[in-house]
Design a protein around this ligand. Structure first.
Ligand code: K1U
Ligand code: ZN
Length: 169
């Protein structure tokens, strides 16, 4: 297993659109293991392949309190969204230290393959529903700060660029 570096906003690679996985083979299973290790180490509840510069439709998540219920979604597709939405506080491993409210569907149904290539449907609500929508945005090249006002987004961009410069000094 390997820890993978996570891309930081405003890296333009975060805006690439991921392609569908063609086959759930040993390469994808190894990618999933590395992504889970990276997500747990970073103390995140989710990670999209885009964030580690792999542009294929793979997501890993674990919203359980004990961090022992990994969920793997390969080629996820939203098949149902609730009629209601709410604003939830979100964070992002690619935008460390920034938290803000984003409006999301309260519940979603998603079809996907698991890490053995089996098709499944997940009916998600609460934090899992929010996390799925956040991670599926990553696969489309969208970072949560793009829902914020241009003023907030530009402030965050400047802060991230400054932090990166400091880190490189
Ligand atoms: O995709 C990512 O960058 C992971 C991200 C997932 C996420 C968190 C919160 C709402 C939606 C999606 C994180 O794990 S950020 C860090 C975190 O653990 C967290 C932050 C705020 C609330 C709950 C958890
Ligand atoms: Zn994120």
């Amino acid at each position: 297993m390997a820890l993978l570096p996570i891309l930081c906003y405003p890296d333009p690679k975060l805006h690439k659109v991921a392609k569908p996985v063609v086959a759930v083979d040993a390469r994808i299973q190894s990618l999933v293991r590395d992504m889970l290790e990276t997500m747990y180490e970073a103390k995140g509840i989710g990670l999209a392949a885009t964030q580690i510069d792999v542009h294929e439709r793979v997501i890993v998540m674990d919203v359980s309190e004990d961090r022992d219920q990994p969920l793997v979604l390969i080629n996820p597709e939203l098949v149902w969204t609730s009629p209601t939405r709410h604003i939830n506080e979100e964070g992002c491993l690619s935008v460390p230290g920034i938290y803000d409210g984003v409006e999301r569907f309260d519940a979603v149904h998603v079809t996907a393959l698991d890490d053995r290539g089996q098709s499944r449907t997940i009916e998600a609500e609460e934090l899992l529903a929010v996390c799925i929508q956040h991670e599926m945005d990553h696969l489309m090249g969208k970072v949560f700060v793009e829902y914020l006002s241009p003023l907030k987004r530009n402030r965050i961009k400047t802060k991230m660029i400054k932090a990166k410069r400091e880190e490189e000094r």
